[in-house]
Design a protein. Structure first.
Length: 751
């Protein structure tokens, strides 16, 4: 891994607003709200999630934009909610909102009993006025929400589930009132009050069951929020003379020092100043084993302190903490719209008008064929009821929410729905070597001087030149010098050559340190140490050279050999991915000998190792892998790239799916679609697996959602269903889609 400076600053991101919305019931509602929001001047993008009943809007900075967006939602017929209202709904008890359903069940049950008794040969009927008294409150009080939403849909010249329910049940109720009105005294008549009342009750029951299931799909976010303690113990005064003061975590400053007692959660991100402990980071990384922490180690807010008292220097608070960024990543993924959802949007845009047309054709067809008008109307009502597109709108977002939530629980943060949907297609995995497949903390294992000499002076000069660099090899040189008690001075006039090395002055001398390839390009004579360099490379070491700039030119001063170790479990993880049929490639900037030696230790074949790849060329190698090695070919393979450094960012962006190690740089994690919090190579297979399972759930849900409608509408039009059966089938379709998605919560990464 080589560090490199970014050539240009990233453009400032546009403001984003998350807005909770009440009253959405189906895919058609989603389309209508999106259209209303996109009409607001300055809005660049609006994405609606039916499962979370929320919108994410990206807009150009403008005065009163939030107020205008809320007004647009309200004018479309829906309720913009505050964060407090949304949180209250999420934290509601399991039985919240069941009262209307219970009332509907109490009033509808007597209407259904005669129909059930008829199955056993018992023919009796409630008086018409009793049926009217029971059905009317259900129709117009409990069902008032359908009328309100249907009216807003009509004003917007569109349709939704509520319009279908309102038209269908009103037709059944009105037909029953008409038949009661025209009936002769004492005449036994069949009324349809039970159909309208039961359909309204079943739809309410279905929506209540959906709401319960939605709370389960957002459990991952709530669990992450619950990791944040409310209070921090802040040390006051120098040398703790002021004692401890309990303050709300929101008031903690970066300059504060905190005490974390045994068994408490760490309030914010920081560094250990005093003490030693074991920390449980499982909710953040998925790693079940406690991690040892001592002075100088980083602590992450939300982790659980073990049995040691530690003093913490605050490093990040609020939105800058790792936990806040994790929550944001999961929320982003759950708010995003998967590409497959576009199909649903296209269908829902025309679905309700088509259903209304089918219902009208059903009515006319039965009536004109000689059947009674009331029978024809009931057939049309059945078509309207069974066609409600609730399940279509829930099929994709519920699966994405469940999949991203369970992945986060196991240390896999999926940044966007597109990465989740594409990852299951990956057939090639390319991995950076240093820091990804190896520990990333190389040691200086050999220092060779031509013709002998004072190696301590050379090492001190090398460490001084490298003291300002964050490169792993530079840190290894500095660590070796300090371990020998050598003085490390500050260099001057240092310049870096990306992918090659650096040059600078130490004292009165000017030195260069870099790769052997760079020294070849500069014409530095390496013959004196060439055999030793070849031997060290053959053993798997990474070899750099040091030269001094003299009036006579560049003079070789030393060879430095560095050794790194494979990450624990990396070899087994690569073998498991190969067993799943994945093509593997290790991409390294090392010379071929060192790269092949490390590849052999990792169980890779020579043709799976890509060596001597400059940082700027990694993205080109990823593109080459996509094309199967044929420059003129199209997109043959789906490639995932796994990396952790700044220099990996272009390759992460070039890959179909970028996976960043959570132990790496912020730039890498910003570019990647998926972040592996533990930096464990085994999680790569887990990320691909949860993608495969989530996409499978999306397809299953869409199949069942379409199947209910495709099969149900013809059956209803042909008279094989009645409105009660249609209402039950419609409610069942939504609940089955939600339940199927929730099965993902049982997922565990493959071992």
């Amino acid at each position: 891994m080589n560090t490199a400076t970014l050539s240009a600053p990233l453009p400032a991101p546009l403001p984003t607003l998350d807005l909770a919305i009440g009253g959405m019931t189906c895919a058609s509602c989603v389309s209508r709200v999106e259209r209303a929001l996109k009409k607001v001047p300055g809005v660049h993008e609006a994405t609606i999630n039916l499962a979370t009943e929320s919108a994410r809007i990206v807009f150009a900075p403008s005065d009163q934009m939030e107020a205008r967006l809320r007004r647009a939602v309200r004018d479309a017929g829906y309720e913009p909610r505050s964060p407090a209202q949304a949180d209250a709904l999420e934290d509601a008890s399991p039985w919240a909102g069941f009262a209307p359903v219970a009332i509907g069940l109490v009033l509808s049950t007597p209407l259904v009993l005669p129909m059930l008794a008829d199955l056993f040969g018992l023919h009796w009927m409630l008086p018409a006025w009793v049926q009217f008294a029971l059905a009317t409150p259900v129709q117009f009080i409990l069902g008032a929400r359908f009328y309100r939403a249907a009216w807003h849909a009509l004003k917007a010249r569109s349709g939704n589930m509520d319009l279908l329910v309102a038209i269908g049940t009103s037709a059944g109720w009105a037909l029953s009132v008409w038949l009661w009105w025209v009936a002769q005294p004492g005449q036994m008549m069949h009324l349809y009050f039970e159909a309208s009342a039961v359909v309204v009750t079943l739809v309410l029951l279905g929506k209540w069951l959906e709401a319960r299931a939605k709370r389960q799909t957002t459990s991952a976010i709530r669990a992450l929020h619950s990791l944040r303690p409310d209070v921090a113990h802040v040390l006051r005064g120098a040398h703790d003379r002021g004692g401890e003061t309990d303050l709300p975590v929101a008031e903690v400053l970066v300059t504060d020092r905190l005490v974390v007692r045994p068994g408490e959660r760490v309030p914010v991100d920081g560094e250990v100043l005093e003490g030693h402990t074991q920390v449980d980071e499982s909710m953040l990384t998925g790693e079940p084993l406690p991690v040892s922490k001592t002075v100088g180690d980083r602590l992450t807010g939300g982790s659980i302190n073990g049995d040691g008292r530690v003093v913490l220097q605050v490093r990040a608070v609020g939105a800058e903490t790792v936990l806040a960024q994790i929550i944001r990543l999961v929320e982003d993924a759950q708010a995003a719209k998967a590409p497959i959802q576009r199909l649903v949007d296209q269908v829902s845009a025309v679905f309700v008008p088509v259903v209304l047309g089918i219902a009208l054709v059903t009515l006319l067809g039965w009536w004109l064929s000689g059947h009674p008008f009331e029978l024809a109307l009931i057939r049309a009502v059945t078509v309207l009821v069974i066609a409600c597109p609730c399940a279509l709108g829930l099929a994709t977002p519920t699966a994405i929410m469940a999949g991203t939530g369970v992945a986060a629980k196991h240390g896999i943060l999926i940044k966007d729905a597109q990465a989740l949907e594409i990852a299951h297609k990956v057939d090639t995995v390319a991995l950076d070597k240093t820091g990804t497949l190896t520990v990333g903390q190389p040691r200086l294992v050999a220092l060779e001087l031509p013709g002998g000499g004072d190696d301590a002076a050379v090492l001190a000069a090398a460490a001084s030149l490298q003291s300002g660099s964050e490169h792993p090899l530079a840190r290894a040189v500095v660590a070796a010098a300090r371990a020998r008690g050598l003085t490390v001075a500050a260099p001057t006039h240092v310049s870096a050559v990306p992918g090659r090395g650096s040059e600078g002055e130490v004292g009165a001398q000017r030195y260069l340190i870099g790769s052997l390839r760079w020294f070849d390009e500069l014409g530095v004579p390496l013959a004196a140490l060439a055999p030793r360099a070849a031997a060290l490379q053959h053993e798997g070491a990474t070899v750099s050279a040091m030269a001094e700039r003299t009036p006579d030119g560049l003079r070789l001063r030393a060879l430095m050999a560095f050794g790194d170790e494979p990450k624990p479990g990396a070899r087994e993880a690569l073998a498991a991915m190969r067993a799943r049929g994945l093509r593997l490639r290790m991409i390294s900037g090392d010379n071929r000998g060192a790269a092949l030696a490390m590849g052999a230790r990792l169980g890779l074949q020579p043709d799976e190792v890509m060596a001597e790849v400059l940082p700027g060329d990694k993205a080109a190698k990823v593109v080459e892998l996509k094309r199967g090695g044929h420059p003129a070919a199209g997109h043959i393979h789906t490639v995932a790239f796994v990396g952790d450094g700044v220099n990996d960012a272009p390759a992460l962006a070039a890959a179909d799916v970028g996976l960043a190690m959570g132990t790496g740089t912020d730039v890498a994690m910003h570019v990647a679609g998926i972040t592996l919090m533990r930096g464990d190579v085994a999680l790569v297979a887990g990320a691909l697996d949860i993608s495969r399972r989530t996409v499978a759930k999306i397809r299953q849900n869409l199949f069942w959602a379409f199947a209910y409608n495709v099969a149900g509408i013809p059956l209803a039009a042909l008279g094989f269903l009645n409105p009660v059966m249609a209402g039950a089938a419609m409610a069942l379709s939504s609940v089955s889609v939600m339940s199927n998605a929730l099965l993902l919560k049982r997922w565990k990464p493959p071992q």
